[in-house]
Design a protein around this ligand. Structure first.
Ligand code: ADP
Ligand code: MG
Length: 463
């Protein structure tokens, strides 16, 4: 991964840098790093970047630096697909513009009385953020003029075209002066977006960042979740991720039990370990994770320490760790052996400072996102359950029991198919057998009724 860059490395006013510092933007996001230098130069840009990547400050920095604040005319127009998105952009623009006095940013969206917007426009503004329909209307009735426009941004272009705004956008674009800088941002590039870019952008610098993560790379996501919503959020997250194997970290034993109970009640295949877990139980956890008879492990840091589990698809910090170093350590449970992985963390309101510490330690610029509990979307999705069940017998190598003997007993006359049987681990005193869930009861019976190496063992099904 490329080096993190600070805003101070850009040729922007120092007051702007210190404002970014106040906002706790210590490092540029990858989009900002790629986009800002070209935006400052006044180049046309075609940028592919996903939501939450910091696009607003990317084009916003260019706009604010190239604006003539003494000229009370609309010099920058930012079009967004919805009023909510326009409001977000307006808020973010006002935040990053705080270092300048007297910059007027207007939001012009549908659903609000047009006469108030006309009144605001009559007092002039430097930057307009709006939705295409309303902007077009205000242009048509003469309240808004683009004669002095030098910068134009089309935010979330793909969504804009999906919403059928192409005619409005075109009619707005043709009113912009010939040499106006145009910047287009989009998460995806369907033909409609390419066509629009082809028609209106000149010698555009194409940038695409943050799209996929590379092998071995870890994606970190931070969700702000209310304390009382954490369990619901966890269940929703697990259903939408549907990981084969995941570890959920809690900070206390009590929390561990509460989380595991909740997940079990909601039919997840889950196991909790904490504090004084004995060696045998640790071994069983490892065996069950490895043989696919358990998908979610809920653990404290202490309990997880003694367990060699790695290359898990997903690590979830149900509780954000108190120390940043612990975060790094927990994250190391995923993305081993060149595989990629993901770490999801829940932060309650008074924990948001932890992300700053983490950013400092890891030279990152992680931000928190709101977590949307999407039960509706996942209602028909089954909770994460393992495909196998582990059955153990109290006989192993010391009783001269081998995987072959066990497989033989299970698949003998009227027995199971070999494909019903998964991994078999023979330890000194115990053997653990993974069996396809559907035939677990039959397997248990067979093992109870059939001696192995002339001996009957105690059979236990691990649920
Ligand atoms: P996008 O438009 O790409 O979805 P936004 O511009 O809305 O993303 O930014 C997403 C979030 O990241 C916002 O909360 C914003 O305040 C924050 N943010 C933007 N740039 C940085 C940065 N360099 N460091 C930390 N946080 C940032
Ligand atoms: Mg945005």
């Amino acid at each position: 991964m490329s080096e993190k860059m600070k805003f101070s490395q850009l040729s922007i006013p120092p007051e702007m840098v210190s404002n970014f510092d106040t906002l706790k933007y210590h490092f540029m996001t990858p989009v900002q790093q790629e986009v800002i230098p070209h935006a400052l130069e006044g180049r046309d840009l075609l940028v592919q970047a996903k939501t939450g990547s910091g696009k607003t400050a990317a084009f916003g920095t260019g706009i604010l630096c190239n604006l003539d604040e003494k000229l009370w005319r609309v010099q920058a127009l930012i079009l967004c697909p919805t009023r909510e998105l326009a409001d977000q952009v307006t808020k973010e623009m006002r935040k990053i513009a705080r270092y300048k006095d007297n910059i007027k940013i207007l939001s012009l969206c549908g659903g609000l009385p047009i006469y108030l917007q006309e009144l605001s426009l009559s007092h002039q503004a430097h930057i307009v953020v709006g939705t295409p329909g309303r902007v077009e209307k205000l242009l048509r009735n003469g309240s808004l003029s683009l004669r002095e426009l030098t910068m134009f941004v089309l935010d979330e272009a793909d969504r804009m075209l999906d919403a059928g705004f192409i005619d409005s956008i075109t009619s707005i674009l043709v009113q912009a002066p010939e040499n106006c800088q145009k910047m287009m941002f989009s998460a995806t590039f369907p033909d409609s977006v390419k066509d629009l870019a082809h028609t209106y952008l000149k010698k555009a610098k194409e940038v695409s960042v943050d799209l996929l993560h590379n092998e071995g790379e870890i994606v970190h996501k931070f969700y702000s979740v209310k304390k009382e919503k954490k369990l619901a959020a966890l269940s929703s997250l697990l259903k939408s991720l549907n990981p084969e194997r995941a570890i959920v970290f809690c900070n206390t034993k009590v929390q561990c039990d509460a989380v595991a109970d909740f997940l079990s009640e909601n039919s997840f295949s889950v196991f909790a370990i904490h504090g004084d877990v004995e060696q045998r139980e640790r071994t069983e956890v490892m065996i069950r994770l490895a043989n696919h008879s358990m998908s979610i492990l809920v653990a404290t840091d202490v309990a997880a320490r003694g367990i060699d589990i790695k290359d898990l698809e997903v690590v979830i910090n149900f509780d954000m760790p108190f120390e940043s170093e612990v975060y790094v350590h927990r994250s190391g449970r995923t993305a081993r052996a060149g595989k990629s992985g993901a770490v999801y963390s829940f932060l309650t309101q008074n924990e948001s400072f932890r992300i700053e510490k983490l950013n400092t330690l890891m030279s990152e610029s992680f931000v928190t996102e709101d977590f949307e509990i999407s039960d509706g979307d996942n209602e028909d999705k089954k909770p994460v359950t393992a495909s196998m069940v582990t059955i153990s017998i109290n006989g192993g190598r010391k009783s001269k029991v081998s995987p072959g003997h066990i497989l033989g007993a299970l698949t003998g006359e009227n027995g199971l198919q070999a494909t019903d049987v998964g991994k078999i681990d023979c330890l000194d005193l115990y053997s653990y057998i993974a069996i396809r869930k559907e035939v677990a009861i039959r397997a248990e019976k067979i093992l109870r009724n059939n001696p192995i190496k002339g001996k009957r063992f105690t059979v236990r099904v691990h649920v």
